[in-house]
Write a protein that binds this ligand. Structure first.
Ligand code: HT7
Ligand code: ZN
Length: 874
């Protein structure tokens, strides 16, 4: 496959001002009539360029130029393009194509899901519908007429406003949609199905009433309320915080079961994976409720950051994704607990994005090249991209950042632009020079900050030295120092915050500062200190970096209970627990566990004065994935064992406190998804999980009772998960059977049922995983099912996946090869756990490599999987 380079970018030779589409939808295929108003791009300077339209899996039926049908000799047709030479400066092109949505298992372009037609055009799916310059810098006005059988497809949707509808012969009907906003074709959408409609309205800040509509299958009619409320909260928030008002008269959301990702921000017609939009108390966990709110917000926010202002090319993907993730994380923080939201974001970043940034697929936030763009919807583009925007926010302050975003939206409304344009708007609005800061977009790899300190007792000066190193990544060495905002505080021995005097006579010095690191090494002096302080470093995780500092366990315990920054309090607890677990890896079973850890956790569990949402987070032990990420040559079974040892040690030592915590946080009033209620459920389910890990009889009864009596899915799943991960095999089997019987008709709950088993080191051994894949509810064509079994096994059941006999790796290779033919995007994502093979101890890495080679040797490998496998083996 070909590599595409950012440096090769040229403006499009032709622009398409209008797109007129007519879809004739049938059971055995669809005929797509497209009329394009095309003109030469005056900025292109290539007056002799042939017109080249992208096409993929299309059957061309006819093509006419200005009303004259072209003969085959007048154009060139390949698997990827339709090329017409010698076209006039401006003309109309009519193209008729035939496609087969019913056989489209890639889920790109137009396809069928549970009997309905739907589309997914980002990044390059529109070319699977009709011939078109499928690139985001070609922006057009779309008019779309959909024709289909009236009884099978009563609902016909596309972008914009419905302007016409009527009957056709043979019990068919049509609806015509017109979108007044020019958009790139990746934002085009079409839906046709037998769906129920849920309506609401939203009055915008300027007093316009927007029609809000959700379309779902009839069985999901009662699962829309949460998404609709989330949408209204998002619309209000975007007005208040960013001054962004919704622009069309209608905003639609559709839920589909088969979807490659979470959701898609098509203009005025967002399409969602059912699991990211449908919720009810009985069927969705707290995590799902929160995820839905965040994704609904994310897609809605794209209306400005992505749709009104879009990307010039796909190298700029983080322009819309990084900024929009930043916006949705601000929103979630405002809707709940900012500290908890920050902890969740950083956990994901440090566990998964740091791993990506240190692996063979590492790439800058603005990549310089790719083979398959679908492989670049990554944690680096999304999460690191959001951190980069967050740093700009922190460097400029909220007010200047808002001025910058206002300028960005005003200056570039209706344009397709670059990350550089975004940074320039921030610079122009604030007067700050972000020249060096731009390196965050260009250089891959996670900077490592090595911090050392000394205290000059006589002078009362505390010196902090910070060195930055950016590791080599594929194709990039000898990197330049980046501009890093580094927030810190200093604590006195009683836990008080000390003033940070950078000069001996500084008055009213603040007790928190954001130091700006720009050189490879800096030394900062803090004056007027009576004793050696305890540093609280990188508060709020002010930059996406690794911090190395020789913390003592004493210091971490101190920070865990005294740091005024909730995030760093949590972080100190994580660092301490990581340190204790790592000290036990590969050690004899009777090696003592740090006794102060028990004291610290006792304090957390028992003190109900503490912020319970933060406590709930602090009680989550560092995950195996994070422990692996921190290792040089990981021996997963040994890490798993050490972590289990610590967990069981804590559970035995704190048994009574855990039972009390369970009872204290027991069932309260009516179910609600507030931060307090979520924290309560999290605490009681963590207590239950810990107690069942030590086979506590009383806890077993509590779990069985909770499983039977739960009035919500969080508690039912909490009990089920605890039982599944326990040694109580009979209870586990019975609970799993009961659960399936009760929820077998609900695909989202069946996905939970699959994943709770596949991710469990007790239940999810390989023979059982194979049994799950043979279960009637498992479906290879449904990405959610594949993710909930194969993805959960390889991504969360790490001890089983990294079995020393290599069977987990072979299994994954087999599934990737199988999926590659039907859905290459999902197949390529499934490869991820194998790409990290260099991180593991030699016995493991050799068999992981062998599994990758097996995939590499498969005949007819897709471009998606080819890129990931070849880069991983390079
Ligand atoms: N912008 C959307 C990305 C997306 C996507 C990309 C490739 C293949 C399928 C896809 N479905 C959705 C989602 C978002 O970030 O909002
Ligand atoms: Zn997005």
């Amino acid at each position: 496959p070909q590599t595409i380079y950012l440096s090769d970018y040229t403006v499009p030779a032709y622009l398409v001002d209008h797109v007129d589409l007519r879809f004739e939808l049938f059971e055995d295929g669809a005929r797509v009539h497209s009329t394009l108003s095309i003109r030469r791009n005056p900025e292109s300077g290539r007056s002799d360029a042939a017109l080249a339209l992208d096409g993929d899996s299309l059957s061309l039926q006819a093509v006419s130029l200005d009303g004259r049908e072209l003969q085959e000799s007048e154009y060139e047709l390949s698997d990827e393009q339709l090329v017409i030479a010698g076209v006039p400066d401006a003309f109309k092109l009519d193209v008729v194509t035939w496609i087969e949505p019913q056989n489209n298992t890639r889920l790109e372009g137009l396809y069928k899901s549970s009997g309905m037609f739907c589309t997914q055009c980002e990044a390059e799916g529109f070319r699977c519908i009709t011939f078109f310059p499928d690139r985001p810098d070609v922006m057009s006005r779309f008019r779309t007429r959909i024709e289909a059988d009236r009884s099978a497809y009563p609902v016909l949707l596309s972008n914009g406003n419905d302007v016409d509808r009527g009957d056709l012969e043979g019990d068919r009907h049509f609806v015509t949609w017109e979108d007044p906003f020019p958009k790139p074709c990746y934002l085009f959408a079409l839906v046709a199905g037998d769906l129920v409609e849920k309506r609401d309205t939203f009055r915008t800040c300027s007093g316009r009433d927007i029609d809000l509509r959700m379309y779902v299958e009839p069985r999901n009619a009662e699962k829309c309320e949460h998404a609709m409320d989330s949408l209204k909260r998002s619309m209000r928030w975007d007005e208040e915080v960013y001054g962004r008002e919704y622009d069309l008269d209608i905003f639609m959301i559709v839920a589909v079961d088969d979807f490659n990702m979470g959701a898609m921000e098509n203009k005025g017609l967002n399409i969602f994976n059912s699991s990211c939009v449908l919720a009810s108390q009985e069927t969705a966990t707290d995590a799902a409720f929160q995820r839905i709110e965040a994704i609904v917000a994310h897609e809605y926010f794209h209306n400005w950051s992505g749709n009104r202002v879009t990307c010039r090319d796909w190298f700029q993907l983080s322009l819309k994704e990084g900024f929009t993730v930043f916006r949705d994380s601000q929103f979630s923080a405002d809707m709940g607990s900012p500290t908890v939201k920050r902890i969740e974001d950083v956990t994901l970043l440090r566990t998964a994005q740091f791993a990506e940034d240190a692996g063979p697929m590492a790439h800058p936030v603005r990549p310089a090249s790719y083979m398959e763009i679908s492989n670049f919807y990554t944690l680096t583009i999304y999460e690191k991209g959001a951190e980069v925007v967050r740093m700009i926010h922190n460097l400029l302050g909220s007010e200047m950042f808002r001025k910058g975003s206002d300028l960005y939206f005003e200056r570039h409304d209706g344009q397709a632009v670059t990350t550089d344009d975004f940074v320039r708007a921030m610079e122009d609005a604030s007067g700050r020079d972000l020249g060096q800061f731009r390196l965050w977009y260009e250089q891959a790899g996670t900077p490592v900050l090595s911090v050392s300190d000394e205290f000059d007792e006589d002078a009362g000066i505390y010196r902090l030295t910070i060195r930055q190193d950016i590791p080599d990544t594929p194709g990039q060495t000898d990197k330049k120092p980046q501009h890093i905002p580094f927030a810190l505080g200093l604590l006195g021995s009683h836990g008080e915050s000390l003033p940070l005097r950078l000069a001996p006579d500084e008055q009213d010095a603040p007790d928190e500062r954001v130091l700006e690191l720009t050189d490879s090494e800096h030394t900062f002096e803090f004056h007027g200190l009576d004793e050696r302080p305890v540093p609280s470093l990188l508060r709020h995780f002010s930059a996406p970096v690794r911090v190395q500092y020789p913390w003592t366990r004493e210091q971490l315990l101190f920070l865990m209970s005294h740091d005024p920054d909730g995030f760093n309090r949590w972080d100190a607890g994580q660092r301490l627990t990581v340190d204790v677990i790592r000290s036990l890896v590969g050690k004899p079973k009777d090696t003592p566990v740090e006794p102060r850890l028990v004291t610290a956790y006792r304090h957390l569990i028992s003190d109900s004065e503490l912020d319970q949402a933060l406590v709930a987070k602090m009680l989550q032990l560092p995950s195996e994935a994070y422990l692996i990420e921190l290792s040089e040559s990981a021996d997963v079974p040994a890490i798993h064992e050490a972590r289990e040892r610590v967990l069981k040690h804590l559970a035995i030592a704190l048994r009574d406190e855990l039972v009390a915590c369970y009872r204290r946080n027991g069932d309260s009033d009516a179910y609600e998804v507030t931060p307090e209620a979520v924290a309560r459920r999290s605490l009681r389910n963590t207590a239950l999980a810990w107690l069942l890990a030590i086979n506590d009889e009383e806890a077993r009864e509590l779990a069985v009772r909770q499983f039977r009596n739960a009035d919500n899915m969080t508690d039912r799943m909490g009990a089920l998960r605890a039982l599944v991960n326990s040694d109580y095999e009979d209870d586990r089997t019975e609970a799993l059977e009961t659960f399936y019987e009760q929820f077998q008709d609900d695909p989202q709950v069946v996905e939970l049922w699959f994943s709770v088993q596949a991710s469990s080191d007790r239940a999810g051994q390989l023979p059982h995983i194979r049994r799950l894949m043979a279960h009637p509810a498992f479906d290879w064509k449904n990405p959610n099912k594949v993710r909930s079994v194969v993805g959960a096994f390889a991504g969360q059941n790490l001890a089983a996946f990294h079995h020393s006999d290599g069977s987990g790796y072979e299994f994954l290779a087999e599934q990737v090869c199988r999926l590659d033919d039907s859905n290459p995007q999902i197949a390529a994502r499934l490869v991820t756990p194998l790409t990290r093979w260099r991180k593991f101890a030699p016995a493991y890495s050799a068999s992981m490599r062998a599994a990758l080679e097996r995939i590499r040797d498969k005949e007819g490998l897709s471009r998606d999987v080819y890129e990931v496998v070849h880069k991983s083996l390079a």
